[in-house]
Design a binder for this molecule. Structure first.
Ligand code: ADP
Ligand code: ASP
Ligand code: MG
Length: 405
């Protein structure tokens, strides 16, 4: 019997009516002769609401307690979905991440999956049940509840699909695939029939929240092919898989914007070997993820380091840098949160020149100032003012002719 993993995101389980609609889709998949495993997110907005409540009680909530709290969002969804299925005579059972055998490390709020034990799920599939698993959560070696980072239900789905050797993995969301840019920002963005893991990974890690980046990393590592589709219609979606030859013909595949970044400037640090190492060691030990590092040439014995971090890590970054700067003998930290990172992604960049020039020219034409620049083999990113982020995406989309391909 074909085995299928379906993941439904927050808007797809947003209210009772949506839950009923999704239950019908699950029933149909089962009646077509599949073994069905379903991964669910918390209903849209609930995770943010819980975080806001926590912060209303304590400025820096304990990460262990946050995980305890956030895990209830997905638990609500799975229990309600099991009941909805029972209501239409489909045998189903709901599982927490722990019950489904999702074992993680102990890094609260961004735990990594260590192993997935598929036995409990397989046992229920053998009994003819639909198994509904709470996304975004797992359990560590000490029996503590952990969560997998924002958007982490995607990762639960891909990891379960891998462990269960599923024939199909479908990610159902509120758009019918991966587009050349966020279709809510660029009206003439086009749906991509397929995209390589590497491009999807760069788009996701650059802010296209349609897929959590770690889930794409996992899929690439374990060769899990998946399809991004809409739970609101039956249109074909976007297949994400290993690169195939013809994919290279396109220079730029898509544009992403990340509005949840902050810029950190560490100024006047001693210009000597070891300063940068101490700064980034301190940040790494505090689990701060750093991107786009720029060092300006040292003058008068001091240098400046500029880099970007996720906005949610800024308080932790500042705290981590205090003892570091005292240790290396000086320096000041300033934060700038009103920024966005715009990235242009495509495997074709490996063999084509002129992408940077086209991007910079398009931004200049719209009067958008570039603050920082970084490049990788298949991506160019720039930091711009947050207020101009959407304009930047639109002019870049047009400059690379992405609406026309
Ligand atoms: P879910 O709750 O189903 O996980 P998300 O909100 O996390 O859904 O992701 C879907 C959203 O991602 C879409 O509503 C869309 O606005 C946004 N998005 C950003 N970039 C893209 C893109 N390139 N293609 C499709 N959607 C995108
Ligand atoms: N509920 C979590 C979040 O909002 C996980 C997810 O939706 O994938 O980030
Ligand atoms: Mg998501």
């Amino acid at each position: 019997m074909p085995r299928i993993v379906q993941k439904y995101g927050g808007t797809s389980v947003g209210d009772v009516e949506r839950i009923k609609k999704v239950a019908e889709r699950i029933k149909a998949a089962r009646e077509e002769g599949n073994e069905v495993v379903v991964v669910l997110s918390a209903r849209a907005g609930l995770t943010n609401e819980l975080i806001a409540r926590a912060k209303g009680l304590c400025a820096e909530p304990s990460e262990r307690e946050l995980d305890q709290l956030l895990a209830i969002g997905e638990q609500e969804s799975v229990a309600l979905m099991a009941m909805a299925l029972h209501g239409i005579k489909v045998p189903a059972v709901s599982y927490t991440g722990a019950q489904a055998g999702i074992f993680t490390d102990g890094v609260h709020t961004k735990a990594k999956i260590r192993t997935v034990d598929p036995k409990p799920v397989v046992k229920d599939l053998d009994l003819g049940r639909v198994v509904i698993v709470a996304g975004f959560q797992g359990i560590d070696d000490d029996g503590q509840i952990t969560t997998l980072g924002r958007g982490g239900s995607d990762l639960t789905a891909v990891a379960l699909a891998g462990a269960l050797k599923a024939d199909v993995c479908e990610i159902y969301t509120d758009v019918d695939g991966v587009y050349t840019a966020d279709p809510r920002v660029v009206k003439n963005a086009r749906k991509l029939p397929e995209i390589s893991y590497d491009e999807m990974l760069e788009l996701a890690s650059s802010g296209s929240k349609v897929m959590q980046s770690r889930s794409v990393e996992f899929a690439k590592k374990f060769g899990v092919v998946f399809e991004v589709r809409s739970s609101f219609n039956h249109n074909p979606g976007t297949i994400v898989k290993e690169e195939v030859a013809y994919m290279e013909q396109v220079v730029v595949r898509g544009i992403a914007a990340d509005k949840d970044q902050a810029k950190v400037i560490v100024s006047n640090i001693p210009d000597k070997p070891g300063s940068a190492a101490s700064v980034f060691r301190g940040l790494a030990d505090a689990n701060v993820i750093v991107d786009m590092i720029v060092q300006t040439a040292g003058r008068h014995g001091v240098a400046n380091l500029t880099f970007t971090v996720p906005e949610t890590d800024t308080a932790r970054a500042v705290k981590a840098l205090e003892p570091v700067l005292a240790g290396i003998g000086g320096g000041q930290v300033t934060m700038h949160q009103h920024i966005a990172k715009i990235s242009v992604v495509g495997v074709g960049m490996k063999t084509h020149s002129g992408v940077a020039a086209t991007l910079f020219q398009a931004l200049a034409g719209a009067g958008i100032n570039i603050d920082l620049i970084s490049t990788s083999e298949i991506k160019i990113s720039v930091v711009v003012d947050l207020d101009r982020a959407d304009d930047a995406v639109r002019v870049a989309h047009a400059a690379f002719g992405l609406d026309k391909l």
